[in-house]
Design a protein around this ligand. Structure first.
Ligand code: GLP
Length: 242
């Protein structure tokens, strides 16, 4: 695991955006795995700026997002589809035919998870971006998730519901309790993984990821078994590391 330590969120967002935009420039037909959450917001803004200022094109880029809440229609303001449009897709030249997220509002969530996994199995993600939950989750693979898991309907833990309530008027009752998420095995098939972590609330998860045991109690620790992972972490997130 390669660790890049940076000063703060701004530098993290610049560093990670450069890794991603360089990857797109080097391979204009790249397949990207994308993440949502607060962590990649500025990174995506930097990709948009790079697209506008330097002309980096996404017209032949394909994307697969990690997850989507169950129960929100695509256009709900807190759906991850809306998040991706607002923060990235609406501001670059991506072809929406090449954009993929699980759908959280179908009649059959298990069938939707299976459909998404089948699509993932028929392709290769070249570069997968990840954030990390305060409890070490990746995607919505909460502690205890099997490292063999593929895309599935998953329950959110109370800790994740509490963390994500900030996006739902601070009201935990409005946060969906389930999601469709790529599994850890699905994530691990990516050729390269880039994980970003910023802020003091990620200290414990980062410590466990870098120095703890490889265990299903800390889903992100699976990444230690992957041959090509880069962590970009800021001083606050790295504070507990030796
Ligand atoms: C969410 C998402 C994850 C994300 C994580 C951290 O619940 N499902 O993909 O990495 O939590 O979010 P944030 O970046 O807002 O701290």
């Amino acid at each position: 695991m390669k660790i890049i330590k940076v000063k703060d969120y701004a530098e993290l967002s610049e560093t990670a955006a450069k890794i991603m935009s360089d990857a797109v420039k080097n391979n204009p037909k790249i397949t990207l795995g994308l993440a949502t959450g607060g962590s990649p917001v500025q990174l995506y803004a930097n990709l948009v700026a790079d697209h506008k200022n330097n002309g980096t094109s996404y017209k032949d880029v394909t994307t697969y997002n990690l997850d989507e809440y169950i129960g929100l229609d695509q256009n709900h303001e807190q759906s991850y589809y809306t998040f991706m449009r607002t923060n990235l897709f609406d501001h670059i030249d991506i072809d929406f035919n090449n954009v993929h997220l699980p759908k959280g509002d179908t009649d059959d969530h298990q069938a939707e998870a299976d459909r998404y996994e089948a699509m993932l199995e028929s392709t290769t993600v070249d570069l997968q971006l990840l954030g990390i939950g305060t409890n070490g989750h990746i995607g919505f693979n909460e502690p205890g998730s099997s490292f063999e898991g593929v895309t599935a309907v998953v329950d959110l833990t109370p800790e994740t519901i509490e963390s994500n309530a900030r996006y739902f008027e601070g009201n935990e009752d409005l946060v969906p309790t389930e999601a469709i998420s790529m599994g850890i095995a699905s994530i691990m098939r990516a050729k390269e993984i880039l994980l970003i972590a910023s802020g003091a609330n990620k200290q414990k998860a980062v410590l466990a990821l870098v120095e703890g045991d490889i265990s299903e109690d800390l889903p992100a620790s699976a990444l230690r078994n992957h041959p090509n992972v880069t962590l970009v972490i800021d001083d606050a997130a790295a504070a507990l590391l030796k």
